[in-house]
Ligand binder design. Structure first.
Ligand SMILES: [Zn+2]
Length: 71
């Protein structure tokens, strides 16, 4: 795993800060305390959340999807 990004979102189970990690193929989202993570393929996320023509990365959409998946 590479860098860990700690978000302001809280784990519904323990109240801990949720975090984002990535490896070669996936973006992972979850709680270090509960050791529960969900993941989405990077290729799929880029296709849906990166608009190259507008040079826009829809971080909000990405995090909202991962958070919904986690809950
Ligand atoms: Zn937790």
């Amino acid at each position: 795993m590479n860098d860990v990004i700690t978000t302001l979102l809280r784990c519904p189970s323990c109240g801990g800060a949720l975090e984002i990690l990535e490896d070669e193929y996936y973006v992972w989202f979850g709680c270090r305390r509960c050791l529960r993570y969900v993941r989405r393929g990077k290729r799929e996320l880029v296709r849906r959340y990166v608009d190259y023509s507008a040079r826009f990365f829809n971080w909000r959409g990405l995090v909202e999807e991962l958070y919904a998946l986690y809950r």
